[in-house]
Design a protein around this ligand. Structure first.
Ligand SMILES: Cc1cc2nc3c(=O)[nH]c(=O)nc-3n(C[C@H](O)[C@H](O)[C@H](O)COP(=O)(O)OP(=O)(O)OC[C@H]3O[C@@H](n4cnc5c(N)ncnc54)[C@H](O)[C@@H]3O)c2cc1C
Length: 194
């Protein structure tokens, strides 16, 4: 895995913060809930009260004792507020949605041009996907498991397996690849999505 995180980088980083190839914390590689701007250790963020550190608590207690009102620091949400740039999770969800849906509507018998364009789309990800460690790992994975663009069913399965590879890496449940059409094209039999 190419990510430089708290566990793999030499410099101490707050848990979950990911280092980019330029050696700086990488915002688009990091989940919003783990992003601590302007810090390398998380200590500075704590002192600003962003993570509920002791300094802000002490300041609040002192203000309360002195009888002056003080605004408590707002708890930091887990997801970016609306209209903020995406974090690694929002970007991932949007990208998987696009890829799985595109695969679900890919022709059963694609023309050579359609196959070539699908290959280009997939091969562009390791080059262009902005989360660099995601892109690098995906690039390594598709070297070992080359895209199957022969038809809709094969492509959907191939993509499901690639997504499961990432799920495994992130210690998430694996998805049942017999259910890709239900999830991405047809919806469940109970009609709840119709
Ligand atoms: C190419 C790529 C590489 C990535 N690499 C990383 C990485 O290295 N590190 C990192 O932190 N994040 C990475 N991400 C983002 C990560 O995969 C998730 O998108 C993100 O963590 C949000 O996860 P989620 O639990 O909301 O659901 P997602 O994993 O985004 O899945 C969205 C929905 O897809 C469905 N689904 C789940 N698995 C499958 C499957 N196998 N087949 C079909 N449908 C499925 C489920 O209904 C799920 O709710 C990557 C994303 C992409 C597109």
């Amino acid at each position: 895995m190419g990510a430089n995180s708290a566990t793999s980088s030499k410099a101490p980083m707050p848990p979950g913060m990911i280092m980019g190839p330029d050696g700086k914390p990488c915002k688009i590689c990091t989940a919003f809930r783990n992003w601590r701007p302007g810090t390398t250790t998380g200590v500075e963020a704590n002192e600003k009260g962003r993570t509920g550190g002791q300094k802000s608590t002490a300041a609040m207690m002192a203000a309360l004792a002195a009888g002056s009102a003080v605004a408590a620091p707002l708890p930091r949400p887990d997801v970016p507020p609306p209209n903020c740039p995406p974090d690694v999770e929002q970007l991932g969800r949007a990208t998987w949605t696009f890829l799985h849906t595109t695969a679900a509507y890919y022709p059963e018998r694609p023309t050579p041009t359609q196959r070539a364009n699908m290959l280009m789309l997939i091969r562009a990800l390791p080059v262009l996907y902005p989360c660099t460690h995601c892109a690098d790992d995906f690039g390594e994975d598709i070297k070992v498991n080359p895209p199957d663009v022969s038809g809709r069913v094969a492509l959907s399965r191939w993509l499901c397996e690639r997504h499961n590879q990432v799920n495994k890496k992130l210690r998430k449940d694996e998805f049942d690849c017999t259910k890709t059409d239900e999830r991405w094209r047809d919806g469940p039999n109970d009609g709840s999505c119709d």
